[in-house]
Design a protein around this ligand. Structure first.
Ligand code: AGP
Length: 585
């Protein structure tokens, strides 16, 4: 999604431009910057990717910048941010969607305001101008008035030609403040300013910050009063946010999993106890998420059914409101999300809160929108996941779900040991599986479609495997429950049709009978199991880790997806059409 950055301090334009590059993983199709020199704002905007260096020179200590992932309006310079008010005095960058922008735009047009873009965001600086001109409000008050008229999500930064500072406000989209030495940063995400400071203040929804004259103040827009905010020290070092010596973030984050699985295990005891209390008190537990986080939710439902008597069901967050008659104060929602900003998930959680349900989030980004909506946040501790594809966040989510189910079952120490052993084994598995994956990717690179099958928790694993392959290699892939093939999909099977078979001791007998069915119709089978079988044309061995098998068996497929992308000459970290955090519905 869009990336925003604002910098108050010397050399602000170059710093803002470089900060945008740290946000480019969020996906974008145009970019822009606004800087204030003396009492004049100058804009520079371009479609396409960020160039090596900032193409213009600004001598300014106030700059805001933006990478745009188009929602309202096509990819043009006019639609790129920053947007400027009709009187050219106020510039703003915005991430989110203003749902009532048409009516605001119409009423401003009636006041002879002129618009140059198709975007919703352009109404924001013009609304501020309106309140400064017609209600004679000062800049800060006018911003607050304008924000009160917006319906929808925003993370927005403002500058005014006569104001030596930046105003920042958040409601539903990510925004974090960096506190430097004689400089302030506002950004969608921490990597944007991590090279300058590790001190961060996380704005909550409907909070506003004003940085000027080397000071920063915070306001609660609901209570309309100044508030104090805690400065946190970011544990991520810059290296974590950078690629290190890996060719891509995707392979780096796959390799990080042994470490991040262990970090996911580090849940404060009191938080696990609070979670168990909520789970045991609930009549029904709903695990919800989108994309990979939904696949993790479904895997978690299998964990709960395997280890406990808890009624736990997984549901796509984007479809969750369909359950309107089943959600109530006795429901517990476990919301899974790496970014904490997925609009479909936030909507689902807000819907559940209206029904008086309790919310536990399993989330990776501290201070993200979902953390402010939840009764309890279990942090994934996975460090920044820069690749658009979720890999380490998937295994971190599974780890925490397995931890919760085992805690309910009173098997925490037993299962924790299994997970730790699995994590240590993954360290040795990755390089071995990587070589096999590279070879198999060469064989499969021209496949038109790939099926992945598994049973029990390997069924959502098959779905996650297919999602990885689709997302990064653009080869059509589908994940099926092994038993489902004979109910239709087997019609697809013909000579050399590739099928990845995920199985383990627990599911092998029935899964291999599915493998027989497809083998007899000519399928080319890639087996991922702890023992080889003559049905397999290719085989990647994974050891058995009981409840934690899912954590291990996903690794070879993540690697296969990565090498399929490379075989096809695609960029694994930023697949086409995708964004890291989907903050639109
Ligand atoms: C998975 O590889 C994708 N990046 C996507 O499906 C993602 O899992 C989904 O958009 C949910 O994102 P979240 O975990 O940040 O909520």
């Amino acid at each position: 999604m869009c990336g925003i950055i604002g910098i108050l301090g010397e050399n602000s334009a170059v710093k803002a431009f470089n900060a945008l590059k740290k946000l480019d993983y969020r996906g974008y199709d145009s970019w822009g910057i606004a800087s204030k020199e003396k009492n004049e704002i100058t804009l520079f905007k371009q479609t396409g990717k960020l160039p090596e260096i900032l193409p213009v020179k600004f001598n300014s200590n106030v700059s805001i910048a933006h990478t745009r992932w188009a929602t309202h309006g096509s990819v043009t310079e006019f639609n790129a941010h920053p947007h400027i008010s009709s009187n050219k005095k106020i510039a703003a960058v915005h991430n989110g969607i203003i749902e009532n922008f048409e009516e605001l735009k119409e009423s401003l047009k009636e006041q002879n305001y002129e618009f140059y873009s198709e975007t919703d965001s352009e109404v924001i600086p013009n609304l501020v101008q309106f309140y400064m001109e017609f209600e004679k409000k000062d800049f800060i008050t006018a911003v607050i008035r304008a924000l009160s008229k917006l319906e929808g999500n925003y993370a927005v930064l403002f500058m005014h030609e006569d104001f030596n500072g930046i105003i920042a406000a958040k409601n539903g989209s990510p925004l974090v403040c960096g506190i430097g030495e004689n400089e302030f940063f506002f950004a969608s995400d921490v990597p944007a300013f991590l090279s300058h400071t590790k001190k961060a203040v996380y704005l909550n929804d409907l909070e506003l910050a004003v940085a000027s004259n080397n000071k920063i103040h915070f306001f609660d827009l609901k209570k309309n009063k100044e508030i104090q905010k805690e400065t946190k020290i970011i544990e991520w070092n810059l290296e974590q946010a950078e690629k290190g010596n890996y060719a891509h973030f995707m392979i780096k984050e796959i390799y990080e999993q042994p470490e991040t699985i262990k970090l996911a295990l580090e849940q404060p005891k009191e938080k696990i106890n609070e979670a168990i209390e909520l789970i045991n008190k609930a009549e029904t537990v709903f695990l919800i998420g989108c994309g990979t986080s939904f696949n993790a939710s479904l895997t978690g439902a299998y964990f709960f059914s395997e280890l406990t008597k808890i009624k736990a069901f997984a549901f796509n967050a984007s479809e969750f409101s369909a359950l309107k008659n089943s959600i109530n104060e006795k429901s517990l929602i476990i919301a899974l999300t790496q970014s904490g900003e997925t609009a479909d998930l936030i909507d689902a959680v807000k819907f559940a809160k209206e029904k008086k349900s309790k919310i536990i989030s399993i989330v990776n980004v501290m201070g993200s929108s979902i953390t402010q909506l939840s009764d309890l946040n279990l942090m994934m501790n996975a460090g920044p996941e820069i690749c658009v594809l979720s890999t380490k966040s998937f295994s971190s989510q599974l780890t925490i779900l397995l931890l919760l189910a085992s805690a309910v079952a009173g098997k925490t120490s037993e299962v924790k040991k299994i997970i730790l052993n699995a994590a240590n084994y993954i360290t040795e598995l990755i390089p071995i599986a990587e070589k096999k994956a590279e070879k198999i990717a060469e064989e499969l690179k021209n496949a038109e479609s790939i099926l992945v099958i598994g049973r029990k928790e390997f069924y959502p694993l098959a779905m996650e495997s297919a999602l990885k392959i689709k997302e990064v290699s653009y080869i059509h892939a589908e994940g099926y429950a092994g038993g489902e093939l004979k109910h239709g999909p087997i019609a697809l099977i013909e000579k050399d049709f590739p099928v990845i078979v995920l199985s383990s001791e627990k599911t092998r007998v029935n899964t291999l009978s599915n493998a027989h069915e497809i083998k007899s119709r000519g399928a080319k089978i890639i087996g991922i199991d702890s023992i080889e079988n003559k049905l397999f044309n290719e085989f990647i061995e994974v050891k058995e880790f009981s409840y934690a098998n899912a954590l291990v068996s996903i690794i070879p497929v993540q690697l296969l997806a990565y090498y399929l992308a490379l075989e096809k000459g695609f960029e694994p970290d930023k697949p086409r059409n995708l964004a890291k955090s989907v903050t639109v519905r």
